[in-house]
Write a protein that binds this ligand. Structure first.
Ligand code: AMP
Length: 436
């Protein structure tokens, strides 16, 4: 049998082929096909923020790792298992932010934001990072829209926080909104309750899951919201915080519930809701819609957070919504984005001279608030008009050699096919008459 010679050229091409670089697991791209969802949600959030007098704040994506360790707590899942923390070349330990509240409080202390307003009401949106197991509804990079009210511990602000997020969700047309709400007390009553919880779970320690066995020493309250079936069944006999609240916390919770009732918001007290971050105290809540299984938003009060970061006492309350979850839930409820679209037209140019002059004309239209779509890279009119059809453009302007000399442009109604000539000096005026 003749020996088959290896094709040297082919092998080396194969070896040198670069593996296709793909996005990092759990960090999906946001693509133009979803543009209307993102725009709608962010625009709605901005509008609701303005109506409720919340001001924009943006903090960096990278923060000192110690910020989250001190605020969220080293024994929480977010810090223990999920934080992207690393050392920079200069030796600083930094972390990709897993949440937005601690950075806002850091910024408040650093820039003395109390001088700006008291209470300070701010909103933010942007990416958050948690190294969780990627699954539907849980990404490693996801986006939150958040609201925070700082420097006042009045329960009226717990109510305002709940109302701003509900307004946001109602503006997005979410159906059947409901709140799960609980109180996790203050420094005074929490230590007493923690002891009760600890001693109860000590008595059933053998039946707890591995994670909860660990939590028993470090963070016994978290056992209450463990998703393990055994742990869930054990909690029905566990002591309830409401029975151990101090008078002040009791009054605070009562007022918050009254405020919610006054505003006709359906709520369900959930004695097992504790939330996964150490900085919370008193009110904690989550918001759900219809039978979508994940919480759309979660929040609560954090009166000790500033002190946990080394600052003076600055009480606060806030809430964050997951934008990806909002989109998933809206799609499931068959709600589509309600975006106000601007008037738009298609601009086609044929021939070098027309093409050259077209940018100036297009820009003039755009400066007058008209969206202009074009495909000037394509030479033939046919190819350009195909794009106009694909994007269902209602109106097209056609600019050719003849029109350049005559200082006119052809205006074509894409529905009827009717065409007319417009003088360039009246272009904007004529276009505005025809499109809304
Ligand atoms: P949290 O910061 O954990 O209180 O979460 C607030 C909201 O952010 C949740 O109600 C979700 O809507 C969203 N969220 C939290 N974690 C994730 C995640 N891993 N992937 C997508 N959305 C998330």
């Amino acid at each position: 049998m003749p020996k088959i010679k290896k094709n040297k050229k082919l092998t080396s091409v194969k070896q040198n082929r670069i593996d296709l670089i793909k996005s990092v697991k759990g960090m999906p791209d946001i693509l133009p096909k979803d543009e209307s969802w993102w725009k709608w949600i962010i625009q709605t959030g901005q509008l609701v923020s303005e109506l409720h007098d919340f001001h924009f704040i943006e903090t960096p994506i990278l923060e000192p790792a110690a910020l989250f360790e001190s605020a969220v707590g080293t024994s929480t899942d977010i810090i223990e298992k999920e934080m992207y923390a690393f050392k920079t070349k200069g030796g600083d330990r930094v972390a990709l932010r897993p949440e937005g509240t601690a950075p806002v409080v850091r910024s408040y202390i650093e820039h003395h934001l109390g001088y700006f307003a008291s209470p300070l009401k701010v909103f933010y949106y942007g990416p958050m990072f948690r190294y969780d197991r990627p699954q539907a509804g849980r990404e490693r990079q996801f986006h939150q829209f958040g609201f925070e009210i700082l420097s006042d511990n009045d329960p009226i602000y717990d109510g305002e926080t709940i109302l701003v997020v509900l307004d946001f969700l109602k503006s997005l047309k979410f159906k059947n909104l409901s709140i799960k709400i609980n109180t996790i007390g203050c420094k005074v009553c929490r230590s007493n309750y923690k002891e009760k919880i600890k001693s109860y779970y000590q008595s059933v320690k053998a039946k707890l899951c591995r994670d909860c066995e660990r939590r028993l020493e470090k963070n016994p309250l978290r056992i209450l919201d463990c998703k393990n079936e055994n742990c869930i069944s054990l909690r029905s006999n566990a002591p309830i915080f409401l029975d151990y609240l101090c008078q002040n916390c009791n009054n605070h919770f009562k007022t918050v519930l009254e405020l919610i009732e006054d505003n006709n918001v359906p709520y369900e007290p959930d004695p097992y809701l504790v939330r996964g971050l150490d900085y919370y105290n008193r009110t904690v809540f989550e918001i759900f819609s219809s039978d979508f299984k994940w919480a759309l938003a979660g929040g609560g009060r954090y009166d000790y957070l500033s002190e946990m970061l080394g600052g003076r006492s600055i009480p606060g309350v806030g809430v964050a919504l997951g934008i990806e979850r909002l989109i998933e839930a809206l799609k499931l409820q068959q709600i589509t984005p309600h975006l106000k679209s601007k008037p738009s037209l298609f601009f086609a140019a044929v021939g070098d001279q027309a093409k050259k002059s077209s940018l100036r004309l297009i820009n003039e239209l755009r400066l007058n608030g008209i969206v202009v779509v074009e495909a000037l890279g394509k030479k033939s009119l046919r190819a350009q008009m195909k794009i106009a059809d694909r994007f269902k453009m209602p109106l097209a302007l056609i600019f050719g050699q003849k029109e350049v000399f005559e200082k006119t442009v052809i205006m074509r109604d894409m529905g009827t096919g009717a065409q007319e000539n417009i003088v360039l000096s009246k272009l904007v005026e004529e276009v505005k008459k025809r499109i809304k």
